[in-house]
Structures are given as C-alpha cells and as structure tokens.
Design a protein around this ligand. Sequence first.
Ligand code: IPE
Ligand code: IPE
Ligand code: MG
Length: 255
Amino acid sequence: MSLRLPFFKNKQTDTKGHCEIEVQNVPKHVAIIMDGNGRWAKKRGLPRIAGHKEGMNVVKETVRAATKYNVEILTLYAFSTENWKRPKSEVEFLMKLPKEFLHTFLPELIEKNVKIETIGDFNALPAHTKEAIQYAKEKTKDNDGLLLNFALNYGSRFEIIQAIKQIMTDINGSTLSIDKLDEDTFSEYLYTTGLTDPDLLIRTSGEQRLSNFLLWQVAYSEFWFTDVLWPDFNEEIFHKALQDYQQRKRRYGGI
Ligand code: IPE
Ligand code: IPE
Ligand code: MG
C-alpha cells in the first residue's frame, strides 16, 4: 500500500521515478539534527535569533508531517550540552523558545494525540523552561500518538558517562549483576530507555557530523543529509528523506 500525496503542487519524483511512500515501511523513529538557523538568518541580514524563531515554526510543520506519515517517534536535537558556549543572549533566547512553542502549539499537539518527552540533563535547564515543558509533559502523558521527543541540554557522551556511573552504583548495591550487563541492559540506563533506536537520522545545513547526538543509538541508523538550512526545511524535503530511506537496504551486518 502506498500513501499518495496530492498536496504537492508538483508531483515529486526521484531519479528512479519513485513518488510515493510505502506505508508499511515508514521509519518508526526519526531523529533530526536541526542545523543552520544562524546561517539562514545571516543570509538575510537578520540576527541569529530570527533563524531560531523561524526554525521553531518549521518544527511545527515537521510534527504535522510526522503525524501524517505515522512516524512513531520524532526526536529533535534542539540544544546540545555544548551549545551553552554560545553568547548569553542567544542561549537565553533559545531557553525561552520551548515556552513560546508550547504556548502556540500545545492545543494542536493535544488534539493530534502527541506525547511530549525530553532527553538530556533536564534539571540543569532554567526554571521557566522546565516549568513550561513539565506542564506540556503532564498534559500529554496519556497520549499514544506520535512521541515528540526533544533533545534539550543533550550530550551523548554525558549520557553514556551517567549511565556508567549508575551501572557502577547498581553493581555495588547488588541490584545489577555484572553478568547481566549486555547491550539491552546498557540501553536501559540511557535517556532513551524504552525507545527503539532511530531508523533514520536527518541532518540539515550541509554538515555531516553527529555533534554528540545519540552516539550509541545510531549504530545502525540510516543517515540522510541535506544542504537545506533548517528554517527552509519543509514537508516536501521530509517526504524526500522518507522516500530515500525506503530505498535503503538495511543489512545489520548480514548479507
Ligand atoms: C541549529 O542552528 C540550532 C541550534 C544549535 C540551537 P545553529 O544555530 O547551529 O545554526 P548555524 O549552524 O550557526 O547556522
Ligand atoms: C548541533 O548543532 C546541535 C543542535 C542542532 C541542537 P551545532 O550547530 O551545535 O553543531 P556543530 O557545532 O556545528 O557541530
Ligand atoms: Mg549549527
């Protein structure tokens, strides 16, 4: 079965002539490194924060598309543990964005049965940021549609170190035996516990690196890069990424 997309003005076809998405083969978990907001603003002679603001609107469009295509988990890299290095004014602006995003979008998220979660060092966020997100998590906790997972103050190396510390504590306290420690058990100690690993990882803006995102979890993800800057990302480009994903052969080391 294929999902036709009549809302495209020009029907999208790739070099192989594919223009539809197979419903059965939609990636369950899509992770996106939303990069290029600053460059988008610079190109327009605008301050970097204008790029972040436009990027927030694109998050809304992307969430709408993800619900339409029946993606189960959408993990969005919104702020890394390294992004604190940025000018104070930019960090402050970024920390206010979740509240603005939820103020304008939470009713629609609830209506779409979306559940909001975060991964990252949540406690270290400013109080006003935490409050806005906590409220949205509470309001959506029973929803079982798309899981919208924001990586906020997220760093993969920090996550792994935290996991190791907790594992050591549990081994010392005899709640975990060292013989029981395998890949699945290790995964349970990460922020992403209970989530399947990303099937598809998208990065915008032309950079082809992970920037400390989900190092453990993307071991067998399909990577998809585009030069498009995040504020210019849209449903059509997302659709293209899903189509390309559907042409990939995932072998997991087999033949
Ligand atoms: C991504 O855009 C958003 C965050 C990292 C918060 P950037 O702000 O990194 O934009 P560029 O890479 O400088 O263009
Ligand atoms: C990665 O983008 C982090 C987010 C998108 C939130 P960066 O812009 O921080 O990554 P680098 O510095 O180019 O590697
Ligand atoms: Mg960047």
